[in-house]
Every structure is written in structure tokens, then in C-alpha cells.
Write a protein that binds this ligand. Sequence first.
Ligand SMILES: [Zn+2]
Length: 229
Amino acid sequence: MFKISGLSVICCLSLTLSNFWADNVAAQHASNISTPIQDGSAPDESNLNSLIIDSDMEFEEAVAGKNIPRNILINLELVNVYYYGFDGNLRKGQLVVHKDAVQDVEEIFDFIRETKFPLDKVVPLSAYNWSDEKSMKDNNSSAFNYRFISGTRIISKHATGLAIDINPMLNPYIKNEVCTPAGSSYDTTKAGTLKADSPLVLEFKKRGWKWGGDWKNLKDYQHFEKNLK
Ligand SMILES: [Zn+2]
């Protein structure tokens, strides 16, 4: 049975739809506007020997290969983040986000790391040639992607860096009992899955982020977004 609430397992139908934290390197936009790479707070140094690098881009690499309007580009920043993988290893990734979301992202990733909420990887969409589908199937957590809301011509909150997706294979988009990405499923007993009372969901919400798991007509369990005041 398809059941959203509780600890039920939702089996999804298959559907194909279309340096380190100390290196405060200043990157240059294509437009020559200086944008520093923001550095999430440092993890415990004793863990750094085993740090696995999932992403270590310069800003230009993180926004390369996509025609991004200048008014959007100038508001983007690249944030280094640290988290534990499902293998228990400390990992470094990066998120491209709106500059006004940087502080939230740093605080939320401190929480993710301190509570060891597992993430597979956090890599900018440029590494996936801007394919949301490829990124999701790789269970990649990400933020900025200059794209429309799936199936519409409406600009997504991801297109301004004000939306974040967490563990998409575990927290699918579900509409009419169909899960996206293909092969994903929603099982709230699994580590890395989000539900209404998850501490991570509450961390986002207390900073003003909305969660796609609260939406009525469809569920987007991976998705958080924020409106700027
Ligand atoms: Zn999303």
C-alpha cells in the first residue's frame, strides 16, 4: 500500500524522467567579480587524516558549462561542507548557494556533521553536466541548478541557490505513487531518510526553510527551500 505517514515503506514504480577547509581561496566570476569560497566550520582536526574529498572545485568550475544570467551569478557562493558518509568516513563536499543562505548552510552542516546524519556526497551540479536526474541517481545532495521546476516552465528555487536536496535516492519526489528518481524508495527506517520529526528537518525549519515533505498534492522529501525577506 502507498502510505505517506508513519514508518511505512513505499515501494516506488520505476519512472524515467526526463586544501581543505583552511584554504580560503578567492575565486573570480567570469564577470571578474570576486567571490570567496565560503568555508564551513572546521571539523575536529583529529578526523582530518581520514578526510575523503568528494568535491574541491574553484567557483568557476562549480558554475561552468551553464549559461547563468549575471543577476543570478553575482549572488552565488561556493561553500565547503563537511559530513560523514554512510561508510562512517568524514568527507568534504561543496554546495553552490545564494549568498544570503550561506550562514544557514554552514550552521545546518555543522548540525549534520555533529549528529552524523549520513550523506553520500555533496557535489555541485556542474560535475553532472547539470543533469538533475544523474545527480539524484547518484544520491548526490546539492543546491544550485539553473533549471525549471520539473515538468513546468517555472524557475525552480534551485535556480537562485535557495533550495537544497538531501539524499535524493532515500528522499524521493513522489507524485501519483511514482517515485523520482527511478529506483528510489522512501523507507523512514533507513539512515539518511527525512521525516516530519527528523531533527534535521526541524533544523531547516527553524531557520525559515520549507520542506517538500509537507506539500499536499505531492511529496518532495529531499527538498528544502527558503524565501528571502
Ligand atoms: Zn529540490
